[in-house]
Ligand binder design. Structure first.
Ligand SMILES: [Zn+2]
Length: 158
């Protein structure tokens, strides 16, 4: 790993700690040549197997571009999308697998997207789960309503 300041190809690890979620290791490094300090992150590689059988490294950008269309015209910011992609990656890494099907990424997107924007969620789910009838939408909406009822108990003060 080159020093980002002087491009010296050598660096010394001065501190090393596991992240809170246990999914990565953070190393503090110092360049012996210029004394510059920098941090590197080490995570296990995560490979996505596409439907075509082609393997490629997991990419948060691809998650974002995958849901961006569903979020068109919705009050969803780039920061929201970045956070969503992070949650998706975390969820996948928590499974402990180093290889996953592209299909599972779609599945991992559904939960965080539902929390973010329900209309975007319905759009994404309709494509991803290949809704082909009004009934499919209806049952997805019934599920959303049920989730609301659980998370927002009725006000009983009156
Ligand atoms: Zn240096």
């Amino acid at each position: 790993m080159y020093c980002p300041f002087c491009r010296n190809p050598d660096s010394r690890v001065i501190d090393s700690r596991t992240s809170d979620d246990g999914l990565s290791i953070r190393r503090r490094r110092q360049c012996p040549k210029c004394g510059g300090r920098f941090t590197t992150m080490e995570t296990a590689s995560l490979t996505v197997i596409k439907r075509s059988g082609v393997a490629e490294p997991f990419s948060r950008d691809k998650v974002i571009s995958g849901v961006r269309k569903a979020c068109q015209g919705r009050p969803v910011t780039d920061v929201d999308l970045a956070v969503l992609a992070e949650r998706v990656e975390e969820a996948i890494r928590q499974t402990g697998q180093s290889q996953i099907d592209a299909n599972e990424i779609g599945l991992a997107i559904l939960g965080p997207l539902r929390d973010l924007d329900e209309v975007a969620y319905l759009r994404f789910a309709s494509v991803y789960q290949a809704f082909d009838s009004l009934e499919d939408f209806e049952s997805a909406i019934v599920e959303l309503r049920a989730a609301h009822a659980e998370s927002e108990p009725r006000d009983v003060t009156e």
